[in-house]
Design a protein around this ligand. Structure first.
Ligand SMILES: Cc1cc2nc3c(=O)[nH]c(=O)nc-3n(C[C@H](O)[C@H](O)[C@H](O)COP(=O)(O)OP(=O)(O)OC[C@H]3O[C@@H](n4cnc5c(N)ncnc54)[C@H](O)[C@@H]3O)c2cc1C
Length: 503
C-alpha cells in the first residue's frame, strides 16, 4: 500500500459547495487515515440563493445514502418536473422544458421525427403532451416514477426546489457525523511552497495554521485559493451570457404548489419563481448595461405572488469559468470555479459533477499532472456544454423590443452552439456527445420552444403508414394524460409523504 496517500484535506467555505464536498468525500474516503477540515466564516456568509435543481441531484443524495422524504422535510423542498419559460422566444409565448423523455422511439427513429411528420400534416398537438413530466407539471400532479421501462410511469423524471441554506446545514450534520472537523474562522493568509508554488498552509484569524496535502476552494466568487493565491485566471463569457447581476427576494406562497420552476423574460433579463413548501423564492437576473439596480428591484417587487418576506438582496457576478479548475494541489468547486446564471439550475449540479469526478480521480501526494489534466478536460467540457445550452435560450429569440434582447438576437455565439443549431435546422437531428448533461429531449424542448424549426424530418419516419403513426401517437398521448390525471396533486403528495414542519 502506498504511503503517499492524501492524509489531510482542507476545504475553505461552508456554502452549498463546501458541505456537498465534505459530505461526499467523508462518505467515499470513510475517513480512516484521512482528515477533512472545513473552514467557514460566519462574518463572510454564503450566497444561499440556489434553490432549483435538476434530476442528477437524486443520484448525489442516493450516493450519500440520504432518505429522500427526510431530506425533503428538512429542506422545505418541493418536487420539480421542469421549467416553464415565458416571453423568451416572443412576447406572449410560453413553453415548458420538462424533465424526462418525450414519447418513445418508434422503429429506431427518435420520437420527435414522427411528431414532426404529423405536424407537417396539420396535427397541432404540442410536444409537451408527449411528456409525462410535462403533462403532470401543468396538471399540478406528482408521483414518483417506476423502474419498469415498459410502463409509461418510468418516463417521469424529477428534481427538487429546496432552501439551499437548509440543504447546506443538513449536509453539515451529515459530514460532521462522519468525522469532518468544522472550524468557524476566517482564512487571512494563504502560504505557498517556495519550490513549486503549491499551497502549504492556511493562516486563520486566530493565528492558527492549517496544513494540508489537498486544498479545496469553496470560498465563493472571490476564489480565495484558486484565484487570489494561485492566480489561475478567469475566462469571461459575458459576451455570450450578458447578465451580470441579480436581485433576490422571498415571498409568501399563494395558491397551488406548482411542481415546476418559472422563468419569465423581463426587459433586461429574466425573473425566476421557485415554490418551496414554506415560501416562494424569486429573483431577477439582469444585465447592468440595460437596467439600474433600483429599476430591477422595482420590477421584481411588482411581480410577486404574495407578500415580501425579507429585504431584496443584490448580487453581482461575471459569467465564465476559471482557466483551470484544478491547479497544483487546489481544486475549485462551486462559485469559486465559475458561474453561469441559474436559468437551467446547473450550478449545484456542477458542484456535484466536480466532486464526483474528484472522488473518481482522487490524487495522492505526488499529484501526477495527468490527474489534474484529465479533471480539467472533463470539467471544461461540462462547463462549455452548459454554456451553449443556456446561450441557446438567449440567442434563439425573435425579440427586438428591448436592447438586451436585440443584442442577444444578433450576438456572435460559440461555434459549437452554431453547429448544433445549424444541424437541427437542416435535418432535425440533435447533436449530443458522450456524457453530456443535456441530451436530446432537453435540446429539443428549447429548439422547438423558441421556434427553431427543422427544414425536414428523418425520412425513415415516413416508412410506416401515416395512419399507423397517427394512431400510435394518439394512444400515447391519451395514456400520458390519463397517467398524469391519476396522480395525486403535488401538494397532496407532499402532505402524505414529506411535509416539512412550520418555520
Ligand atoms: C442569483 C443566483 C441564483 C442562483 N440560483 C441557483 C439555482 O436556482 N440553482 C442552482 O443550482 N444554483 C443556483 N445558484 C448558484 C448557487 O447559489 C451556488 O452554486 C451555491 O450556493 C454554492 O455556492 P458556494 O458554496 O460556492 O459559495 P458561497 O455560498 O458564497 O459560500 C462561500 C463560503 O466561503 C466562505 N469563505 C469565503 N471567504 C472565506 C475566508 N476568507 N475564510 C473562511 N471562509 C470563507 C464563506 O463563509 C462561505 O461559507 C445561484 C447563484 C446566484 C448568484
Amino acid at each position: 500500500m502506498s504511503d503517499n496517500l492524501i492524509r489531510n484535506i482542507a476545504i475553505v467555505g461552508g456554502g452549498t459547495a463546501g458541505w456537498m464536498t465534505a459530505a461526499l468525500l467523508s462518505r467515499v474516503l470513510r475517513l480512516g487515515n484521512t482528515r477533512i477540515s472545513l473552514i467557514e466564516s460566519p462574518e463572510i456568509g454564503t450566497i444561499g440563493v440556489g434553490e432549483a435543481t435538476i434530476p442528477p441531484i437524486r443520484t448525489f443524495n442516493q450516493l450519500l445514502g440520504i432518505d429522500e422524504n427526510e431530506f425533503i422535510r428538512k429542506t422545505q423542498a418541493t418536487f420539480k418536473l421542469g421549467i416553464e419559460f415565458r416571453d423568451w422566444g416572443r412576447l406572449g409565448h410560453t413553453y415548458l422544458h420538462p424533465f424526462g423523455r418525450y414519447g418513445l422511439t418508434i422503429e429506431q427513429i427518435a420520437f420527435h421525427h414522427h411528431w414532426l411528420r404529423l405536424r407537417e400534416a396539420g396535427d397541432e398537438t404540442p410536444l409537451r403532451d408527449y411528456s409525462l413530466s410535462g403533462s403532470a407539471a401543468y396538471l399540478g400532479r406528482f408521483t414518483r416514477p417506476v423502474e419498469d421501462p415498459r410502463l409509461i410511469l418510468s418516463s417521469l423524471s424529477y428534481a427538487f426546489h429546496f432552501d439551499a441554506g437548509l440543504y447546506a446545514g443538513y449536509l453539515r450534520e451529515y459530514a460532521q457525523a462522519r468525522g469532518v472537523k468544522r472550524l468557524e474562522r476566517k482564512v487571512v493568509e494563504v502560504e505557498l511552497r517556495g519550490e513549486d508554488g503549491f499551497i502549504r498552509a492556511l493562516k486563520l484569524d486566530d493565528e492558527t495554521r492549517v496544513e494540508a496535502d489537498l486544498f479545496i476552494d469553496c470560498s465563493g466568487f472571490r476564489g480565495l485559493l484558486i484565484e487570489q493565491a494561485l492566480k489561475t485566471g478567469y475566462e469571461d463569457w459575458t459576451h455570450w451570457l450578458p447578465c451580470d447581476r441579480a436581485v433576490a427576494v422571498p415571498c409568501e406562497s399563494a395558491g397551488e404548489l406548482t411542481p415546476y420552476t418559472r422563468s419569465t423574460a423581463r426587459s433586461a433579463g429574466w425573473q425566476w419563481r421557485i415554490p418551496l413548501q414554506h415560501r416562494i423564492g424569486n429573483g431577477y437576473v439582469y444585465c447592468s448595461r440595460f437596467i439600474s439596480d433600483e429599476a430591477a428591484a422595482a420590477t421584481l417587487l411588482a411581480n410577486l405572488d404574495g407578500a415580501v418576506r425579507a429585504e431584496p438582496r443584490f448580487l453581482r457576478f461575471t459569467t465564465g469559468r476559471r482557466k483551470k479548475f484544478w491547479n497544483k494541489n487546489c481544486i475549485a468547486l462551486g462559485l469559486a470555479s465559475g458561474f453561469m446564471e441559474p436559468l437551467e439550475s446547473t450550478s449545484i449540479h456542477l458542484i456535484q459533477s466536480g466532486v464526483m469526478q474528484l472522488a473518481a480521480i482522487f490524487p495522492d501526494r505526488s499529484f501526477d499532472p495527468s490527474d489534474a489534466e484529465e479533471y480539467n478536460r472533463l470539467q471544461i467540457e461540462e462547463f462549455e456544454h452548459i454554456r451553449d445550452f443556456i446561450t441557446l435560450h438567449y440567442c434563439a429569440t425573435e425579440r427586438e423590443d428591448q436592447p438586451l434582447w436585440a443584442y442577444c438576437r444578433h450576438m456572435p455565439i460559440p461555434e459549437s452552439l452554431a453547429y448544433r443549431i445549424q444541424l437541427f435546422r437542416s435535418s432535425g437531428r440533435v447533436a449530443f456527445y458522450d456524457k453530456e448533461l443535456f441530451v436530446e429531449p432537453n435540446w429539443l424542448s428549447i429548439f422547438i420552444g423558441q421556434q427553431i424549426w427543422p427544414r425536414r424530418h428523418d425520412p425513415l419516419a415516413d416508412l410506416p403508414p401515416m395512419e399507423e403513426t397517427r394512431r400510435q401517437l394518439l394512444r400515447l398521448k391519451t395514456l400520458i394524460r390519463q397517467t398524469a390525471q391519476a396522480m395525486p396533486t403535488h401538494g397532496g403528495f407532499i402532505a402524505e409523504h414529506c411535509r416539512a414542519g412550520a418555520v
